[in-house]
Structure formats: C-alpha cells, structure tokens
Design a protein around this ligand. Structure first.
Ligand code: KIV
Length: 272
C-alpha cells in the first residue's frame, strides 16, 4: 500500500491551520481494516453516524446510539496512526444542553481514544460548541443538510437556495466563531460554499458542496461503490466493489454446489 501522507498524528489544531492551504482529504471509516486504508491517504477519518444506514441497515441516522458510535470509534482508532479521528455525536445525545453534550463527548473521547467529535447544527448549537471547546473537546461542525434533522427539513434536499442562503451563511459563521476547528458543508450550492469558505476562519469540508471548499469528505462505502442502488449526484464512484462482490459470491456458491470448491489446493493431507 503506498503511503503518501506524513506519519505524524494530526490534531484538530493541525486541521484548523490548513485553512486555505492544501485541500483536506477526509473519508468516513467504521471498521479497523477500512481505517488502515483511509489512514494511509487521508487527513481525517470520520466515524460518521451514517454507520447506522451503511453498516446496520437502519432507515436513517436517528436511531444510532452512543454505544454504537463508541464501538465503531474504538475499531477505527485501532487502525489509525496518522489521520485525525472524529466521531459523530448521535441524535439525542447532545441537543438538550451543553452539559448533556459534554457528557456524551467525554465518553467518546475517553472510551475510543478519538481526539474530536462532530455535531450537527448552526446558530442554535453555537453555545454548545463553545462550551465543549472551552472544556477540551475539539468540535467539527456540520451545517447545510443535517441528516439528523431530516424530519424537519422534509427530506435530504439541497439547502441554502435563494433566500435560505443567509440562514446557512449565518450557521457557518456561528459555528466558526464558536470555536469549531472545521465545519462540514453538506449539499449546498457551489457558489454558497465558496462564499462561506471565504467568509469564515475555520476550514470548510464539503460533501455535495462543490470544489471550492478547504477539503472534501465522502462516505467511503459510496465512493467504493459498495451499493448498486444508491447513487447520489455528489458521489463519484472510484470503484465498483458491489459488482465485484456479487460476481465473487455467485462464483463461490456455484462452485460449492458443484463440489468444485474446496479443491485439493484448499484441503489438508494426512502428512505434515
Ligand atoms: O455521518 C456521516 O457520514 C457524515 C458525513 C456525510 C459528513 O456526517
């Protein structure tokens, strides 16, 4: 495996200092083997609450629990030596009060070894972000399309169009001013992402937000083509692993049925 990034373990401060510099490369990871792959090429490994939909077959991220995030966070940290590990705070574990957010974030940092958390929300979460950062918890923000609010947003729609742009810009400014070391911009127009990126102090990490952000993130299973039926416009497929896996599993099934596998090559003899 080629390693094209330095081996220093990155911190939230290193990520913040990359504002306007070399693009930040980020991917999600939920398991140790994928974390190792991501670590060799990326700056940030995000244990996103998308794990609920991607690995557990849940219909949305709303029923992901803190225990699930901690389990996957531990697995990912075991695979990293370079990338910063950021773990999502799941729905219902931080919105009630800054104190509730601190308790959840402290569990994540203490039990996984990750060095930062991510939470969704703009202006209304600024007090919480400030509270966490002042108490030693680096926070990555997440604005625009915030999937935990799918029920109030009315679906997974592009955000910040027309008059709504002011709201998304205000969210970005509030998150950055509250002390977030970076902010994810999800599913907003390229021009709004560009305006936000040039207006705020912390790096922007785009997903469906065009090329002008300070960095990019994708869900790793999406860019590897692990699904045949899910193809959002903003995802580029760099592989088609679902098709390859289908071919492999069907070949295995056929060979077992026809007693072609295992052959002598995959069986043990009597002699050592
Ligand atoms: O949960 C997740 O994977 C995320 C990314 C899409 C940014 O929040």
């Amino acid at each position: 495996m080629s390693v094209n990034v330095s081996q220093k373990t990155l911190t939230a401060t290193d990520i913040r200092l990359r504002k306007g510099g070399e693009p930040l490369v980020c991917l999600t990871a939920y398991t140790t083997p994928i974390a190792k792959l991501v670590d060799a090429h990326c700056d940030v490994a995000l244990v996103g609450d998308s794990v609920g939909m991607v690995l557990h077959g849940l219909p949305s991220t709303l029923s992901v629990t803190l225990d699930m995030m901690i389990l996957h966070g531990k697995a990912v940290v075991r695979g990293l030596s370079h990338a910063l590990c950021v773990v999502d705070l799941p729905f219902g574990t931080y919105e009630e009060s800054p104190e509730q957010a601190f308790r959840s974030a402290a569990r994540i940092l203490a039990e996984t070894g990750a060095a930062a958390v991510k939470l969704e929300g703009g202006v209304h979460m600024a007090t919480t972000i400030d509270f966490l950062v002042r108490r030693g918890v680096p926070v990555m923000g997440h604005i625009g399309l915030t999937p935990q609010s799918v029920n109030t947003l009315g679906g997974y729609k592009v955000q910040g169009r027309d008059a709504d742009a002011e709201r998304v810009l205000a969210d970005a400014c509030a998150v950055s001013e509250a002390g977030a070391f970076a902010v994810v911009l999800e599913k907003i127009s390229q021009s709004l992402a560009k305006q936000i990126t040039s207006s705020i102090a912390c790096p922007t990490i785009g997903i469906g937000a065009g090329p002008d952000c300070d960095g990019q993130i994708l869900v790793v299973d999406d860019m590897l083509g692990m699904f045949s039926d899910f193809r959002p416009k903003f995802v580029k497929r760099y592989a088609d692993l679902a098709a390859q896996a289908e071919t492999a599993v069907s070949a295995y099934a056929e060979e077992v049925r026809r007693r072609k596998f295992p052959s002598k090559d995959h069986s043990f003899g009597d002699l050592a």
